[in-house]
Design a protein. Structure first.
Length: 101
């Protein structure tokens, strides 16, 4: 299975709903709480001028009307995650998490 689809399935399970969106178009109306995510980079392990490992870096946005969504702690329990920041836009709370998957 595609690694991104595996990640998507994990995020749906952690959130407990299908409100998980990969690179949604601006015209899509999202339902909250939700997770919006996109690939932000590909990190390569290099040795002897060869790539021996490529890992996708994804930026996750947990968006909710409430400031403390319990899914944040669940995601932080996954391997290779880091919490980046919190901000409020359009009266919605956004928590930004980076995950390598």
């Amino acid at each position: 299975m595609n690694r991104r689809l595996e990640l998507h399935k994990i995020l749906v399970g952690l959130l407990g709903s299908n409100n998980v969106y990969y690179q949604p178009p601006e015209s899509l109306k999202m339902d909250y709480p939700c997770i919006r995510y996109n690939r932000s980079s590909i990190n390569s392990g290099r040795a002897d001028n060869f790539n021996y490992r490529n890992m996708n870096q994804y930026t996750l946005y947990i968006i909710d009307k409430k400031p403390d969504n319990p899914v944040i702690e669940k995601i932080m329990g996954l391997e290779r995650t880091s919490y980046d920041r919190h901000y409020v836009a359009d009266n919605l709370n956004h928590d930004v998490i980076t995950i390598y998957y």
